[in-house]
Design a protein around this ligand. Structure first.
Ligand code: FAD
Ligand code: DHB
Length: 389
């Protein structure tokens, strides 16, 4: 088989890239290791930057998002039972959209199906070859038969554990990493959200976050030891812990119920440079990971897709390779700013095991400064709603 762009990974980055390229008349094949049902069952991010909203609209995906998503003009930050609101809309002119990654992925699969896009699921042993030459190809096995796809370019959209990044020689690849000494215990429950906007809470017992998916689906997180066995956290233990960490008025209003999903995720900052090697591009989590505080992971994958789509379109339509050559540098400039912001928000809002009294005072002062300074709030808001592409 031959295609123009072979895309490894059918998560949000791979599917959106495929959708945008197809609409621009550029042929793609998406190879996904898992089944579609598995990909669609993953519960992940919940907040979309407005740039992500616009990009999805430009791919023809706005309808259900605008009908079912929630536009949020601001968010609440709380520390030791005191809270204040940061008004994104007033400070930056831009809101955010609460619409789950699960729904985005669902819309993307529907859109790919409607255009007869080629998405091959349960593709095993996907391997890129000769990406540093002018004739790259990708091999994989499906139902016991080996296949080969010749292509012009390979887009590695295969997440943190994918094969694409590993294709780049160690002598070329440079990685940067910080692993945080805690995780997020997340619960999804069919209960009305405790607040009409998100609450990010700093507390002596650890961070907590109140989020949502819809009027009867809440998403809550508490900071927890990453190696805690999940059985240690009964639903009651989770709700008790969340209640202790959020402001009293919210705790009093909190409606609890059985969890329909419960898991602990590690927190890590990670960047791989460069994001292009020959005809291989790294996109989204394949190139970088952020801790979830600040909701940047999915949004960063989407801005990478934007840069790569524009670069490939200019190459195919105008014969101009400048975008392709500059992809890594352009994408990394925005990636590092999101890495910085999510590191700052994680550091400001969590309790670290080795936190000294000095660290504690600095953290309290950071939040106090944010509460009292419109300039500080505008900077936070500018980053939260997403820096321009
Ligand atoms: P992925 O969504 O990881 O998609 C990669 C795809 O490639 C997957 O479908 C995978 O099956 C496939 N793949 C992998 N290897 C291969 C291979 N060898 N061959 C073929 N296919 C392959 N972000 C937030 O902003 N907020 C959150 O609350 C949040 N929670 C998260 C919780 C978890 C457990 C995880 C893992 C991530 C979370 N994130 C969150 C981050 C966010 O979900 C990611 O940034 C986003 O999914 C990135 O999209 P992607 O398409 O780059 O990668
Ligand atoms: C959600 C996750 C985040 O990491 C975040 O900062 C906000 C919301 C969520 O899952 O809803």
């Amino acid at each position: 088989m031959r295609t123009q762009v072979c895309i490894i990974g059918g998560g949000p980055a791979g599917l959106l890239l495929s959708q945008l390229l197809h609409r621009a008349g550029i042929d793609t094949v998406v190879l996904e290791r898992r089944s579609r049902a598995y990909v669609l069952s993953r519960i992940r991010a919940g907040v979309l930057e407005w740039g992500t909203v616009k990009l999805l609209e430009s791919a023809g995906l706005g309808q259900r998002m605008h009908a079912e998503g929630y536009v949020h003009d601001g968010t609440y930050l709380a520390a030791q039972n005191r809270g204040f609101r940061v008004d994104f809309k007033a400070l930056t002119g831009t809101p955010v959209m609460v619409y789950g990654q699960t729904e985005v992925t669902h819309d993307l699969y529907d859109a790919r199906d409607a255009m007869d896009g080629v998405v091959i699921d349960e593709a095993e042993g996907v391997t890129p070859h000769d990406v540093d030459t002018d004739a790259p190809y990708v091999t994989y096995t499906k139902d016991g038969t080996e296949h080969r796809i010749d292509c012009d370019f390979v887009a590695g959209c295969d997440g943190y554990h994918g094969v694409s990044r590993q294709t780049i020689p160690a002598s070329v690849l440079r990685t940067f990493e910080r692993v945080y000494p805690f995780g997020w215990l997340g619960v999804l429950s069919e209960t009305p959200p405790v607040s009409h906007e998100l609450i990010y809470a700093n507390h002596a017992r650890g961070f907590a976050l109140c989020s949502m998916r819809n009027a009867n689906l809440s998403r809550y997180y508490v900071q927890a030891p990453v190696d805690d066995p999940i059985e240690k956290w009964s639903d009651d233990a989770f709700w008790d812990e969340l209640r202790r960490r959020i402001p009293e008025d919210a705790a009093d209003r909190l409606v609890t119920g059985p969890s329909i999903e419960k898991s602990i995720a590690p927190l890590r900052s990670f960047v791989a440079e460069p994001m292009r090697w020959g005809r291989l591009f790294l996109v989204g989590d394949a190139a970088h990971i952020v801790p979830p505080t600040g909701a940047k992971g999915l949004n960063l994958a989407m801005s990478d897709v934007h840069y790569l789509f524009e670069a490939l379109k200019t190459h195919y339509h105008d014969g101009d390779a400048a975008g392709i050559e500059g992809y890594s540098e352009t994408a990394l400039a925005r990636v590092w700013k999101a890495i910085r912001f999510s590191w700052w928000m994680t550091t400001t809002m969590h309790r670290f095991p080795d936190q000294t009294d000095f660290d504690q005072r600095i953290q309290e002062t950071e939040i106090d400064y944010l509460e009292g300074s419109e300039t500080a709030q505008r900077s936070m808001a500018e980053n939260y709603v997403g820096l321009p592409y």
